[in-house]
Design a protein around this ligand. Structure first.
Ligand SMILES: [Zn+2]
Ligand SMILES: [Zn+2]
Ligand SMILES: [Zn+2]
Length: 572
């Protein structure tokens, strides 16, 4: 049976008509409305073989945010809960601007004798006084206006975290404050939880205002300020409310984010018809969950706007997949360079390895190789011993390349050497990536000289990569990677094979320039057979180190504890 999530919003429940042109909903209190909804929704779920597991309500539950309003809200949500055989804990609720009690907000602000007097919008507890009370009655726990809550949800073997954001930070009794706003300081309160405890969860934000609307009043005013932080916490998808109209209901998918608004569930407005949305789980693909969006619309049976009607599937263009991704919502295409075809059409099989290297006859490169060797001698940069970088990267020697990247003169020579390779090997590239800290210096050097897009991967040899590395990206088809030392090329293999790395997502060709290649050239031949659009060029190919056995126990030094082992990682 499939899993379904119900998304409703903007109920605007009240018995009080403010006479401000808005028509608050009383329809819902009529016996048939919610019963009809439950009945029709259940019928659709049955047709799709789906089971409703969660209900998301994205704000404006009340119309005036008053105590009386929430009595109705409580009653109607309880009907929904019982009608779908759910628990209170299956509801995910955030407040909207209509959940603020403006009268309370205004009087508390007026009565405040704080010096200097804060803006009215800063009286968060007063603003949400009755919402907080309702929240506690419904859930049995407190609503904190200035701290987002995280609600985990597991189904099948999928783990989702609903991240409930309060976008009413700047809303108040003053009309000048009528816009959506997310307080960055508040959002950062859950950063460690999202990157720690909920690291492996798919995250979806539940928020009243839709950040992706053109209208500043309806959208989130400081979106540019908070977007990066939300994305870096793994939040790329947003379920929103606040817009009641039939417009703006399209699912908007950008390069990395997905935004979905649902219209008003219960407002009596001649301009719109009420809607709800069902998200039916479909599949998981490359770190993205797909939910099929089915909107239900309330259509009256002809007895006027407020008459009896039925909920039916909206077959317009609005129905589209909602995507919830761990590292963005774009499904990464297979990176062409990982296709396993022999590189016969690029290089003759027998010369594949040699051609990738600087052939010795070319004087210029010979000179650079010698210059760098004398640099190594001068700095005593070659160290012997057992250097265990990771499970797959262990060698009996190490070049302290950092010591070669200190003096201007040395850096200049290395820079010239790199450009000599680019020139003689006719290396074409339109994006640059530095590998590791030293690779970052080399990469930045090339980027500064060529003015091409650049990023770097700080700790490339660890399997347990830093979160940052996954997001680093240059939108380039031909990427030049700069490294200081390559021995087994396990790092290169790792970053090519691991499609979680985004910087290769557009790549068709990968060229690597390394200061030193300390490994066995046979290994490269294997690598080229596997990755046809990869070439590695070494500036100095003369320092070679033995490689420790395939398993750590195979290294006799380790096995018999004969020598100091430099371990640069732990298994965890
Ligand atoms: Zn509303
Ligand atoms: Zn609203
Ligand atoms: Zn060893």
């Amino acid at each position: 049976m499939k899993t379904a999530i119900l998304h409703i919003s903007d109920l605007h429940l009240t018995e009080f008509n403010p006479g401000n042109g808005r028509i608050p909903s009383r329809t819902i209190s009529k016996q048939y409305y919610i019963e009809q909804f439950i009945h029709d929704t259940k019928e659709k779920l049955h047709d799709w073989d789906a089971e409703l597991k969660k209900v998301v309500v994205t704000g404006d539950l009340a119309n005036e945010g008053s105590r009386d309003d929430y009595e109705i809200v409580f009653k109607e949500l309880t009907k929904l809960k019982e009608g779908f055989n759910l628990e209170s804990q299956d509801f995910i609720i955030v407040p909207g601007n209509h959940d603020i009690h403006r009268g309370k907000n205004s009087s508390v602000h007026q009565d405040s004798d704080a010096v200097p007097k804060p803006e009215p919008n800063q009286f968060h507890d007063a603003k949400f006084q009755y919402f907080i009370k309702f929240y506690n009655d419904f859930f049995g726990n407190d609503f904190e206006p200035c701290k987002p809550s995280i609600i985990p949800f597991e189904f099948d073997d999928k783990k989702i975290a609903f991240v409930c954001l309060n976008s009413n930070y700047k809303e108040s009794c003053m009309s000048k404050d009528h816009y959506g706003y997310l307080n960055l300081e508040d959002i950062l309160k859950i950063e460690s939880a999202l990157l720690g405890e909920f690291k492996d969860y798919y995250k979806v934000a539940v928020v009243h205002h839709n950040p992706n609307l053109d209208s500043a009043e309806k959208s989130i005013k400081n979106w540019d300020e908070v977007k990066g932080s939300l994305n870096s916490m793994g939040i790329f998808s947003f379920l929103c409310g606040h817009v009641h109209t039939s417009e703006n209901l399209e699912v908007k998918t950008t390069e990395t984010n997905c935004f979905c608004s649902v219209g008003s569930f219960a407002k009596e407005d001649p301009e719109i018809s009420n809607t709800s949305a069902l998200l039916v789980y479909e599949k998981e693909e490359s770190g993205v969950l797909f939910f099929k969006l089915e909107r239900l619309r309330y259509i009256c049976d002809g007895n006027g706007l407020y008459g009896k009607g039925a909920w039916d599937i909206d077959t317009t263009k609005y129905n589209k997949d909602i995507k919830i991704g761990k590292h963005g919502v774009k499904v990464k295409q297979c990176v062409p360079i990982i296709s396993a075809r022999r590189p016969t059409d690029i290089l003759p099989e027998t010369t594949g390895v040699e051609q990738a290297f600087l052939v010795e006859e070319r004087n210029e490169q010979r000179i650079y190789s010698d210059e760098i060797l004398s640099m190594v001698r001068e700095k005593n940069a070659v160290l012997s011993g057992h250097f265990h970088w990771s499970d797959t990267s262990r060698s009996h020697g190490w070049i302290d390349t950092g010591s070669l990247l200190i003096e201007d003169r040395d850096i200049e020579i290395i820079g010239k050497a790199i450009f000599s390779v680019i020139k003689t090997k006719e290396v074409q590239f339109d994006g640059i990536v530095g590998l590791g800290m030293e690779g970052n210096i080399l990469g930045a050097l090339v980027a500064a000289a060529t003015n091409k897009p650049y990023t770097y991967i700080p700790v490339p040899y660890r399997k347990a990569y830093n979160e940052y590395e996954l997001y680093a990206k240059v939108n380039s088809k031909r990427i030049l990677l700069l490294a200081d030392v390559i021995s087994t090329a396990s790092t290169i293999t790792n970053i090519i094979s691991n499609t979680d790395y985004r910087f290769l997502s557009e790549a068709e060709e990968l060229r690597v320039i390394t200061l030193f290649f300390t490994g066995d050239e046979k290994r490269l031949k294997e690598l080229y057979e596997k990755f046809e659009n990869l070439r590695i060029y070494a500036i100095c190919n003369e320092i070679k180190f033995g490689h420790c056995g395939k398993e750590p126990e195979e290294c006799p030094i380790v096995k018999h504890k004969l020598e100091q082992i430099h371990e640069f990682y732990t298994k965890e």
